[in-house]
Ligand binder design. Structure first.
Ligand SMILES: [Zn+2]
Length: 176
């Protein structure tokens, strides 16, 4: 009895494929188990996956079994989380905090020597203090470059995290 039914199923499945083994126009793959089923079937005969209203090959560019999709979704969400952490770490790192402190210190020193330079009308002291102010300004610029690079990295990693999370959730809830 069971052998008969299996034989019938195999026969039907072979019938759905074209003579040369290629898929016909009216045939699509079950997204759950991957077997070929006719377009008009509402439920997969192999695994019972509901097919009515699910995407056809034209709408979906990724026809993956749901287990693969869910796994991809989980992996993408984990990567998204990791990327977000790396992004946030850029702004909370010791390097970033030290650069901010150094920058503030350099700006403070620059203003100090600038005021001193301004207190002289001309001459050796004015020139010296102006040189010093320039030196502090250069140091401040260097620190600002580090700060800006940390901020850009933070933004990039957070954006990557958001994108990965978006696709991860899409995979998990079946949007793709
Ligand atoms: Zn199936």
């Amino acid at each position: 009895m069971r052998a008969d039914r299996n034989a019938g199923m195999v026969h039907e499945r072979m019938h759905w494929k074209g003579e040369n083994g290629m898929e016909d126009q009216g045939v699509r793959k079950c997204p759950e188990c991957g077997i070929s089923v006719p377009d008009d079937v509402i439920q997969c005969p192999e695994c019972g996956y509901p097919l009515r209203g699910t995407v056809t090959s034209k709408k979906s560019f990724l026809q993956l079994p749901s287990r693969t999709r869910k796994m991809l979704g989980v992996v993408l969400c984990v990567l998204a989380f990791a990327s977000a952490i790396v992004g946030v770490t850029q702004m909370t790192s010791k390097e970033y905090r030290i650069s901010v402190e150094n920058y503030e210190y350099c700006v403070e020193k620059r203003d100090e020597v600038s005021d001193l330079a301004d207190s002289y009308k001309s001459g050796f002291f004015k020139d010296s203090y102006e040189d010093l102010a320039e030196m502090w300004q250069d140091s401040a610029d260097e620190q600002m470059a580090i700060i800006k690079s940390c901020r850009s990295k933070a933004i990039v990693f957070c954006v990557i995290g958001i994108v990965l999370f978006f696709f991860g959730v899409k995979f998990l809830i079946g949007g793709i």
